[in-house]
Design a protein around this ligand. Structure first.
Ligand code: HEM
Length: 248
């Protein structure tokens, strides 16, 4: 399927360009230099990049939204606060980028959701050289697992209320929410941190804003709380909900 999409972009490049989405940008960047016939990335490499973006960006974002809906349902007072903020900033209009930047409570709520239900619970790093971490010698080649979910609920890092849901801890920004500035790890950190993190936050805000504008919602009595970690953290039995249109 991807091959077909790429081929059709290549075929129409002279009339319509490569397209103004991520694939278009990638094809543009990989177009052969003048006088050279070799593209900078092969078809297989471009397909690999597309797959990486799809797998890295799809389940993570969709489960972030699931857990946000879960927490908005179990904290109806916050659902009301967020709706009031949204209506105050943009009424029933589709939110613009400027509006999204003003939604402080929505932002704090999403961060707290990611802290408690981080879509990725662990990440791995391989030691590139012999090194010492916290007094322990780690030989080159050792694979270290960074337990994001455990760090996110550590009382020494987040304070006594680490297990509780409290978006206000992010009132002064991510770096001041915990005792360590890099304690929030849902998007990892450093040079290989999530390249899609800003996009993911914008996307989640737009979706949540547009749901809050239209519906009030709560969990169906059928919901059973079993978070399950299968690459990403998801509700094992889905997230049955009851939505009520706010127009009625
Ligand atoms: C809530 C949503 C998301 C979460 C929680 C998330 C989390 C992460 C984490 C933890 C990493 C680092 C993995 C590691 O170090 O092993 C990562 C990497 C990455 N993410 Fe995301 N991600 C999200 C959304 C997205 C989206 C929407 C995209 C693309 C549109 C994306 C693209 C990528 C890519 C390409 C990498 C690899 C970056 C590299 O290795 O340099 N992610 N993500």
């Amino acid at each position: 399927m991807l091959t077909d999409i790429i081929k059709s972009r290549l075929a129409t490049k002279d009339t319509m360009g490569y397209g103004n989405d991520l694939l278009g940008l990638m094809l543009e960047a990989c177009a052969p230099e003048e006088h050279s016939h070799e593209p900078l990335l092969s078809m297989d490499e471009i397909i690999d990049e597309c797959k990486t973006f799809f797998f890295a960006g799809h389940d993570t974002s969709s489960h972030m939204l699931s857990w946000t809906m879960f927490l908005l349902s179990t904290h109806p007072e916050w659902q009301q606060k967020l709706r009031a903020e949204v209506v105050g900033e943009c009424g029933n209009e589709v939110p613009t980028g400027d509006v999204l930047n003003k939604l402080k409570l929505v932002n704090m709520f999403l961060l707290e959701t990611l802290r408690l239900y981080s879509p990725l619970s662990t990440i791995q790093r391989k030691a590139g050289s012999d090194l010492e971490v916290g007094g322990i010698t780690v030989p080159k080649g050792t694979v270290l697992t960074i337990p994001i979910a455990t760090i996110h609920r550590d009382k020494e890092v987040w304070g006594e209320d680490a297990h509780e849901f409290n978006p206000l801890r992010f009132e002064n920004g991510v770096m001041r929410a915990a005792k360590h500035p890099n304690a929030f790890l849902s998007f990892s950190g450093g040079p290989r941190s999530c390249i899609g993190q800003n996009f993911a936050m914008i996307e989640a805000k737009v979706v949540i804003v547009m749901i809050l504008q239209r519906f009030s919602f709560f969990l169906s009595p059928k919901y059973v709380h079993v978070p399950m970690d299968v690459i990403t953290l998801r509700p094992k039995f889905g997230l049955p909900m009851v939505l009520k249109s706010l127009d009625m």
